[in-house]
Design a protein around this ligand. Structure first.
Ligand code: HMG
Ligand code: MG
Length: 288
C-alpha cells in the first residue's frame, strides 16, 4: 500500500465525459478507467445512474462497471440521484454511491428538477438503503460559491447543505465549484463556514477550472487542511446543466502542484500522462 498525503478522486470518466455530445462506446470508457487505475488513482468515478433522457452519455454506465478490470484497493464509484439510480448502481456493483445536491435553488431545479429541500428528502432513502447494504455514500454540494442561475452563493447556504448530507450519513462531502468561478477569497469564506459544521477529514473540494483559478483555490484548501481533491484526467469535462462550465482541474496538474509542495499522491505521473493522451482522443473536438 502506497502512503498518501493527499487523495485525488478521479472524475474523468463521469464528470469529464458526461457532457460529450458524441456517444462514446462503453469499451472506450472501460479502457480509460483501466488506464486510470493503472496510473495509481485510488478512487475513480466511472458511472452515473441518472435518467438517460437527462444525460444520454451516461446511459451505458452498467456496462462500464461490468467491463472494468477491478484493481484491488481501487474504489469505483457512481452517481445516484434517487433510489432508482441507487438500485441500478448496486446491481452494477459500485464500491461507493454518490448523491448530489446544490447550495443554490436555481441549479438544483435545472440539474435534478427539484428544490434543494426536495432533493435531500429524495436522498434519505438512498442513504438508508446504502447503509443496509454496507455501501458508503459520498455527498456533493454544487454551486458552493457561484451559481449559473442565481449568482453569488452565501457560504452559509453551502454549509447548511453540507451539514444535512453529513447528518444523513454521507462519509464525505465534496464541495463543488460547478462553473469554475470560485476565487481564493470565496474559497476561504466557504471553508470557514463549512469547517464550522464538519470536521476537515470529511471535506473534499471539487474545482472546475473555467477561469484558471483551480490550483490557487486548492492551495487555500491545503492551508485549511483539506486532503481530498476531485480532478479530471486531461481536464476533461463540463456539466450539461451549467452552461459554459469547463472541465475539472487536470489531475496531472494537481499531482504536480502537490508534488512541488512535497505532498505524495501515489500517482504514476507518466502513466497518468498516457491516460490523458487517450482521454483527449475521446473528445469530439479532437476527432473533428
Ligand atoms: P425527473 O424527470 O424529474 O424524474 O428527473 P422523474 O422521477 O419524474 O422520472 C422521469 C423519468 O426518468 C422516468 O422515466 C423515470 O423512470 C426516469 P419514464 O417513465 O419517463 O420513462 N428516471 C430514471 N432513469 C434512470 N435512472 C434514474 C432515474 N430516475 C428517474 N436514476 C432526475 C429527475 C434526478 C432523474 C433527473 O433530473 C436526472 O437524472 N438528473 C441528472 C442530472 C445530471 O446527471 N447532472 C450531472 C451530474 S451533477 C454534476 O455534474 C455536478 C458535480 O460534478 C459536482 C459539481 O461540479 O458541482 C457532481
Ligand atoms: Mg463537477
Amino acid at each position: 500500500q502506497i502512503s498518501r498525503d493527499v487523495t485525488l478522486f478521479e472524475m474523468g470518466p463521469r464528470d469529464g465525459l458526461q457532457n460529450e455530445p458524441r456517444p462514446i462506446a462503453a469499451g472506450d470508457k472501460i479502457r480509460l478507467v483501466d488506464l486510470l487505475s493503472a496510473a495509481g488513482l485510488p478512487k475513480i468515478e466511472c458511472a452515473s445512474f441518472v435518467s438517460p433522457k437527462w444525460v444520454p452519455q451516461m446511459a451505458g454506465s452498467a456496462e462500464v462497471m461490468a467491463g472494468i478490470a477491478r484493481r484491488p484497493g481501487v474504489v469505483y464509484t457512481g452517481l445516484t440521484p434517487n433510489l432508482k439510480g441507487y438500485e441500478a448502481a448496486r446491481a452494477a456493483r459500485v464500491d461507493e454511491a454518490a448523491v448530489f445536491a446544490s447550495a443554490s435553488e436555481g441549479f438544483s431545479k435545472a440539474n435534478i428538477n427539484c428544490s434543494v429541500a426536495e432533493s435531500l428528502e429524495r436522498f434519505a432513502p438512498v442513504l438508508a438503503a446504502a447503509k443496509a447494504d454496507g455501501i458508503p455514500v459520498r455527498g456533493y454540494v454544487s454551486c458552493v460559491t457561484d451559481c449559473p442561475y442565481d449568482g453569488r452563493v452565501d457560504p452559509g447556504a453551502a454549509a447548511a447543505v453540507a451539514r444535512a448530507l453529513d447528518e444523513m450519513g454521507c462519509y464525505e462531502v465534496s464541495l463543488g465549484d460547478t462553473i469554475g468561478a470560485a476565487t481564493p477569497e470565496s474559497t476561504a469564506a466557504l471553508l470557514a463556514a463549512v469547517l464550522d459544521v464538519l470536521p476537515v477529514e470529511k471535506v473534499a473540494l471539487h474545482f472546475h477550472d473555467t477561469r484558471g483559478r483551480a490550483l490557487d483555490n486548492i492551495a487555500v484548501g491545503l492551508e485549511a487542511g483539506v486532503r481530498t481533491y476531485d480532478a479530471s484526467v486531461g481536464g476533461l469535462g463540463g456539466c450539461p446543466y451549467a452552461p459554459g462550465a469547463k472541465g475539472n482541474v487536470d489531475t496531472l496538474a494537481v499531482a504536480d502542484f502537490l508534488a512541488a509542495r512535497g505532498l505524495e499522491t501515489g500517482i504514476d505521473r507518466a502513466a497518468l500522462a498516457h491516460a490523458a493522451g487517450y482521454a483527449r482522443t475521446l473528445r469530439e473536438n479532437e476527432n473533428a
